[in-house]
Design a binder for this molecule. Structure first.
Ligand code: ADP
Ligand code: MG
Ligand code: MG
Length: 211
């Protein structure tokens, strides 16, 4: 069992939790424009539960830690994004497993697989104004930087910045999925809450990896 990766995963989840707590109000406000206003609350509930579960899985490797976190997130967050975040964490955990070392290449493949699993289950397309519109730009940027041999912390930080930019750019899109769809026109000019929280959370993870 690779201890260090499990420790890092818990630190990352802790930083992600701090970040959603700090941005809860903002995320709720964005979701209230064309949705039901609960995205901040849902992310906080999910991340808190994920962190608690990750800390309880104290003897597990990184795969067990992320699987436990994903299960707890999906159970506790409520809402569409909670289910999809649960799937994302669980899927990355399954890909990484508990025994093999986490190389940058394996991490890139795991997040790619996670994003594709979320898309397969959620059935949104790129451009539908969902969290995928931040997640896929992250994955593509991270994969590219890793393939070029960039240090993982720098590759992640640059990819997270890409996700933040892509999330902001969803303001120009009209929502085609999820609860925001009936009020789609109203969402024009406001970024997608799930894409914004994705950028926030990936940026928080970058801070841990840099340390
Ligand atoms: P709910 O819409 O159930 O209240 P949240 O407010 O927590 O849940 O999350 C809304 C976010 O979920 C949206 O901003 C969008 O990013 C994401 N989302 C909704 N449906 C999908 C989907 N099918 N695929 C990917 N992301 C989705
Ligand atoms: Mg909502
Ligand atoms: Mg809701």
């Amino acid at each position: 069992v690779s201890r260090q990766a499990a420790v890092t995963a818990r630190q990352v989840l802790s930083a992600m939790n701090d970040a959603v707590v700090a941005n809860e109000e903002q995320l709720g406000r964005i979701d209230a424009v064309a949705g039901d206003g609960d995205h901040g609350m849902g992310m906080v509930r999910g991340m808190k539960a994920a962190l608690t579960a990750a800390q309880a899985a104290e003897h597990g490797g990184v795969g067990s830690v992320l699987r436990a976190a994903g299960d707890a997130f999906g159970d506790r967050a409520g809402g569409t994004s909670g289910i999809l975040w649960g799937i994302l964490l669980t899927s990355v955990g399954v890909s990484l497993g508990d025994t093999e070392a986490v190389t940058p290449e394996r991490l890139a493949a795991a997040v790619r697989h996670g994003a594709e699993t979320v898309q397969r289950i959620g059935k949104a397309q790129i451009g539908d104004k969902t969290l995928l519109d931040a997640l896929f730009p992250f994955v593509t940027s991270f994969e590219g930087a890793v393939a070029q041999g960039r240090p993982v912390a720098q590759a992640w930080a640059d990819a997270a910045a890409e996700a933040v930019r892509a999330a902001a750019a969803t303001a120009d899109l009209v929502a085609r999925m999820g609860r925001a769809r009936p009020l789609a026109e109203r969402s024009l000019g406001t970024p997608d809450p799930g894409a914004v929280s994705m950028g926030i959370v990936l940026t928080a993870a970058a801070e841990v990896l840099k340390a």
